[in-house]
Design a protein around this ligand. Sequence first.
Ligand SMILES: CC(C)(COP(=O)(O)OP(=O)(O)OC[C@H]1O[C@@H](n2cnc3c(N)ncnc32)[C@H](O)[C@@H]1OP(=O)(O)O)[C@@H](O)C(=O)NCCC(=O)NCCS
Length: 178
Amino acid sequence: MTDATAITVALLTPSDVDEYRRVRLRALAEHPDAFRSDAEEEAAKPLQWWRARLAPRTESHGAFFGAWTTARRLVGTAGLLLETRRKVCHTATIVGMYVAPEHTGRGLGARLLDACIDVARADPALEVLYLTVTSTNSSAIRLYERTGFVAYGLEPRSMRLGEQTFDKLMMALHLRPA
Ligand SMILES: CC(C)(COP(=O)(O)OP(=O)(O)OC[C@H]1O[C@@H](n2cnc3c(N)ncnc32)[C@H](O)[C@@H]1OP(=O)(O)O)[C@@H](O)C(=O)NCCC(=O)NCCS
């Protein structure tokens, strides 16, 4: 097991695409109830789509962070998706929060989330961060609550996996409370 302090959290760039794709597809395959995206659907996307996700400040994307071991293996991710439409460009969404199971419980999730929040706080245009989390995912909900996110609603039957449906808890973090 790697020492958590030896793990570096850094902004991902298009040159990290191979590791990012590997880890993202692992996350989707191993935790289908945690994400609305589907592993098979995303695996079929062209490499250009994956690279575009990591391109800094493109139209619909903001910043994706990764947690790296000293051997340059990616073991965690979190992203901040920006809005460009005028009426909602003061909001952004946290997406793709994942830490590989062999590295959980040592603060990596919190470090990745903090990296996204720091970027958001540095942008004077941003006022609110949103995220959704499966209502039964108590460890992720605790992580978000510790960071200051507050639940404000529930999307009932938001996601279907075969015969089973899952509710999504909607959470918000006000970056600049009035
Ligand atoms: C949810 C998830 C991102 C959490 O990642 P993580 O790296 O374990 O997060 P943290 O280590 O910051 O916090 C997890 C726990 O470890 C504890 N912890 C953190 N650092 C610690 C340390 N140094 N020593 C002991 N415990 C520690 C935290 O207090 C927390 O405890 P709790 O769950 O009982 O409240 C991860 O479990 C995951 O990827 N799950 C699958 C995908 C998923 O659910 N993603 C969320 C989609 S919305």
